[in-house]
Each structure stands twice: as structure tokens, then as C-alpha cells.
Design a protein. Structure first.
Length: 145
């Protein structure tokens, strides 16, 4: 059993993938919600440490500056071309981030500056344009290791 971080840019499909894993009855946490992220794009260290220490198997999604400080067995980068990311954030209903021109410019900047760092730290990169069931099959295999 494994602890898996699913990371990537806004619009890559992290929440959708997490929802599919949850439907498969894996424990999941989407750190975009419920106060996991503190100011400065950091996870709450004691809270995340407790979460990971209390689960042998879990899928966590998020993209924060201190994500490399935690003990994940696998780090999955979910990626997609910028035009796909921008199209997705424009129509999603579960998260308002990406609706303004400034936020879309921010996403474009992050693709250039942050995504290469995520790629360097990832143990696996998956194409977020693939069907969510196929992506979940790949992550489920990691969770079952």
C-alpha cells in the first residue's frame, strides 16, 4: 500500500482524478479545500504529517511549495498543454480560480516556472487528457504497491 501525491497545474484534472479514486473506495484528500493550504502556498505541516502517518494508503492532491517535505511513496505529475488547462479552468464549476485574465496569466507563468520543478520531483508523469478511468487505473496500481 502506498501514499501518493497527485500534483500539477490548475486544470490538469487532479480533482477529477481524486474523485474517481474516491469512488473506488481509496481514501483521498484534496488540499485545495478544508484549510489544508496556509498562506504562502504551504501545507499545514502538523496536519499533513498526521494525515500521512495515519494512512498506509492514501491519494492526496495539491501543488504547494513545501510538498517535497513530506513522505510520499509516489509523486504523480498530472500534466496537460496550457490551452487545455485554460479551457478547463474557464468552465469548471467546483473552483473559481482561473476565471480572470490575471489568474489565467498566472497559470501560464506557473506552467513555465513551476511545472518543470514538479516534473523533476515526480516519480511518474501522466497525461491529464487521457480518460479519467485510465488515469485512475494507473494511480490505483501505485496505491496497491
Amino acid at each position: 500500500m502506498a501514499r501518493v501525491l497527485i500534483t500539477g497545474m490548475s486544470g490538469a484534472g487532479k480533482t477529477t482524478l481524486l474523485d474517481e479514486l474516491s469512488q473506488r473506495e481509496f481514501p483521498t484528500v484534496d488540499t485545495d479545500y478544508d484549510g489544508w493550504e496556509l498562506p504562502g502556498a504551504l501545507w499545514d505541516v502538523p496536519r499533513m504529517t498526521e494525515l500521512l502517518s495515519s494512512h498506509d494508503t492514501i491519494a492526496v492532491s495539491g501543488t504547494v511549495r513545501n510538498q517535497g517535505d513530506f513522505d510520499f511513496d509516489h509523486v504523480v505529475l498530472l500534466s496537460a498543454p496550457l490551452e487545455v488547462l485554460l479551457a478547463r479552468v474557464a468552465i469548471r464549476t467546483n473552483n473559481p480560480y482561473g476565471r480572470t485574465a490575471a489568474q489565467r496569466a498566472e497559470i501560464a507563468g506557473y506552467v513555465e516556472t513551476v511545472e518543470p520543478l514538479l516534473r523533476a520531483a515526480a516519480t511518474l508523469e501522466l497525461d491529464g487528457r487521457r480518460p479519467v478511468r485510465d488515469l485512475a487505473d494507473d494511480v490505483e496500481a501505485l496505491l496497491r504497491e
